[in-house]
Design a protein. Sequence first.
Length: 86
Amino acid sequence: MTGKQLADITPAWALTVHKAQGSEYDVVIIPMSTSHWSLLRRTMLNTSVARAKKDCVVVGQTRAIRQALSRDDNRERLTRLADLLV
């Protein structure tokens, strides 16, 4: 790599959806993989897309995207928080 090519590189950062909470970015790239099966939920995908101000690119496995779109988060959470607060 030449010095000119190196100078043309722009640094980039990656964040999780949770770390990006409350923030927006011009461009958001969302990787979708079945290796992250437990995170493939519609609400997670919607939240990721909502972080984009201008462009959003979803890349990955079609199966993972379909899985996320088909799974709703309207399930009961199994925590003991209510017991601990009372």
